[in-house]
Ligand binder design. Sequence first.
Ligand code: SF4
Ligand code: SF4
Length: 448
Amino acid sequence: MWGRSAFRGGVTPATHKAQTQTQRIRQFPFAPLLEVPLLQHAGRPALPVVREGAAVERGAVLGRADGERSVPVHAPAAGRVQRIALMPSVTGAMVPGIYLEPFPGATQEVASGTACDLATATAEDIINAVQAAGIVGLGGAAFPTHAKLRMPPERRVRLLIINGAECEPWLTTDYRVMLEQPADVVLGVRYLLKATGAEAVVLAVEEDGREAGEAVLAAAPEGMSLKASFLPTRYPQGAEKLLIRALLGVEVPAGGLPIDVGALCINVATAAEIGRLLPFGRGIQERVVTITGPGVLDPGNYRMPIGTPLRFALEQVGTAADVTRVFLGGPMMGQPLASLDVPITKGISGFVAFTSAEYRDAGRVQPCIHCGRCVQACPMTLNPCQLGLLARHGEVETMRRDFHLDACFECGCCAYVCPSHIPLVQEFRAAKAELRRLAAHAVTEEKS
Ligand code: SF4
Ligand code: SF4
């Protein structure tokens, strides 16, 4: 049994998971037009390999990876390429993408490619197959998984952590994937063990997801050393650094990576996709998305084709007339969307729609009363109160240098507990953006 120490700070908001936790994953229909971004991951956009007007099979490669920090993009439906053009994304930026018109009556059947045989594949074969499948971190980061697996030879993975600690309120995709696809998770873990040579593997799940974690353990073949750690249900338990602290009892150094302390963290849905796709040489064409919240009439977990427009998705599940805010991700780390005209991408695990009655708008901001609640809640032992004051004075360099702004991973605990409703996380995001701008400016100055 790996450690289960709770971290310092954090919060325990109502989880609201009951709305979708007990419902089976349902297959979503194809939208009349799918909008498939060629940039859905951290890194360089994929390069289109199809022409406008081309007919493609479901699962065919639409865009190839542009180098090591890139992954290919696959067709989410059999159809015709209508246009290759810039399209809106959930970040607000326009990105290159492919508009795909599914054929009338297109089935869910997916084209297969070259299988990656677990028995005979080398570590490098598996890492290449993970890249060819277009797999990225499905927990939200969308970092290319193959790049995480391909590490310097002097690094050793002591502990492979399969992250099923879905701590964000409302979201239940990982829970349902573990419950309904335990064999895929286990097979994915076996590929990952072979690819990394990890000494040990542990599935991390919060107590309220115990049933799902046990389903995965039950699917493990005899002799497989897969263990589980059931951690206290406390937000943000699923954060990579906090999991490592809980399981290994060590801190990832500031600015460092988990591998610096011998850990590698892979989201459980990502592991399931590896197990689901690699034996058939297929690529990601869909993912499980939670659509929920008080403003959704038919909340649930849906297996959605990549590129499904959010507006179409909400029309299918039905929404209340007075939906005022739709969050990408949960309300803690997620962000309210400025537009519904954005597509579902690989890194999106859920949407939460709030009605005017439920959504507490940040309109009632009051001055800081120095109550210290934000300091107590911060799991990174930062001083959000002081950081907030500095942010309001534009002292971003002091925030970085003296108050460790870089260690803030925007979990939202400080803002959640603040009785003055100060939008601390927005202030920190803006300060980080300003620091990036200053750094880029300094580089330009140096070159000129
Ligand atoms: S958002 Fe940043 S400062 Fe606030 S609690 Fe989380 S880590 Fe700490
Ligand atoms: S919780 Fe809000 S009011 Fe209290 S110290 Fe922090 S910023 Fe100030």
